[in-house]
Ligand binder design. Sequence first.
Ligand code: HEM
Length: 441
Amino acid sequence: LNVIPNVSGIPIIGSALELFGDIRAFFTAQYLQHGPVYRVKALHHRFTVLAGLDANVFTIRHGKHHFRSKETWQQQDIVFGARRSLVSMDGADHIYLRKKQKRGYSRGMIELNIPQTIKIAQHEIQQWPVNQSLPGLYSMQKIITEQLGRTIADFSPKEYLDDLVYFIRTVQTTTVTKQRPRFFRYTPRFYRAHRRILAMGQKVIDNHLQYPPEDRPQNLIGDILSLAREDPEFLPASDIMVAILGPFAAGLDTAASATTFVLYALLKHPDLMADVTSEVDSVFGRGELTPSRIKECDLLHRTILETMRMYPTAPALQRTVTKPFEFGDYTIQANEPIIIASTVPHYLAEIYPNPEIFDIDRYTPHRKENRQPGSYAPFGLGPHTCIGAGFAETQIMLTIATLLHQTELALAPKDYHLHIDPIPTPSPDRHFRFKVLRHRH
Ligand code: HEM
C-alpha cells in the first residue's frame, strides 16, 4: 500500500500560509511536485487532496458514489437554523430539490430581466465620480448584489449590502473553508449582521406573498414556498430561510469576485479592452440587448472564459469520502475529508499551452483547449455543479458590457500588480482600484 505524501509546510501552521494566499496556485504547485494525491495540513485541519485531470474525470464519473457534501456544509446550515440545504444534501433528495429550484436559478430567469439588470448597472456606474480612485471589489458587489436580489427574489437588498457581505463571509470562512476560527461568529458585529439578514429573508418572503409575480413565471422564492406548502416533510419551516438566502450565499461573492477579475484582466490588456468595447458598442448600437444579441459578444464571452480559467473564484471542492476507492496508486479511505482541487487542470501546460498567458483565442472553434472533460471547471463538477452557472455568465456579460459602453476606465494606480485575497472566495485584493476617465454615454 502506498503512503500518501504529506505536503511540507512551516511547522505548527502547516501549509496555512500558502493556503491562505492563491489557493489555486498552491494546489497546482503541489500537484506538479507530488502527483495527483497528497495530504495538506493547515492549522488544525488535515485534508487529502485529489488533483489533476484524472481527479476531475473521477469526480464527474464516480463522485456521486464516493463523495458526500453533508459534512462540509452542515455547520453552515446550523448557523441558519436549518436541518439541511441544497449544498449539504446528497443523493436522491438533492436531485429532487435541485429540480425544484432549477428554474429560479436559470439563465432564462436573468434573460427575462435584461433591461432591469442593465439599468441597475447603469444607475450605479452613473454615480462614479470622474478621476477618483474607486474600490474594485466593492463597486462590483454593489451592482451584482442588487441584480441578484431583484432578478431572483424580486427584492432590493441595497440597504443590507454590508451586513450581507459580512454575514456570508463570516459564516463561510468559519464553517466551510475554516479559514477563520469560530470566535468570529461570537461578536456584536456578527450578531447584528445575523439579525439583519434573517429580517431581510423574512422581508423577501413577505414581499413575495404580498406581490406575487403575476405576469411572469414563478420565481425561486415562489418555487421554494410552494414546495414547503406541498411537501412540509421534505422542506420543513426550519429549512426555508437557508433556501431563500441561498442565491445570496452562493452567488454574491463568487459572481462579484469573478466580475472584478474580468475588470482587472481588461484593464491589464488595453488592446483587448479596446476590441471588447467596440464589440459591445456595436451590439448596443443595434438596439436593446436580447439573449441572441448577448451571444454576439464573442470577444467578451471568451474574455470571461479566460478570466475564469486563470482566476477561478471557486478553486476547489470539499467533500467527505463515503466509500473507499483506489486512485493514482493510493487507497482513499472512507470518512476522509478531501479536497478536489478542481481548477488545477486550468494551469497544466499539456492542456493550456503557456498557462500563465492570458489568451482568449484558446476558446476559438479550432483550438477549444477546454474541450476535454474535466479540463475546465470554474463552476465545479458532478451533481453539485453550480446551478447558477448560466445565470452568472449572463450576469457578468451584461455588467461588463454596460461598464465598457458607459465609461472609459483606468487602473488606479496604473502599476497595480495582482495579489489575490482568498477570503472567502478568491478576488483581487483591496489594493485593486480603478478610476473613471470619462463617462461615455
Ligand atoms: C462566477 C460565479 C460563480 C461561480 C464561480 C460559482 C461556483 C460554484 C461552484 C464551484 C459550486 C459547487 C460547490 C460544490 O460542489 O461544493 C456552486 C454551487 C452553487 N452555486 Fe454557484 N457559482 C457562481 C455564481 C452563482 C450564482 C450567481 C448563483 C445564484 C444565482 C449561484 C448559485 C449556486 C448554488 C445554489 C449552488 C449549489 C448547487 C448544489 O449544491 O446543487 N452560483 N457554484
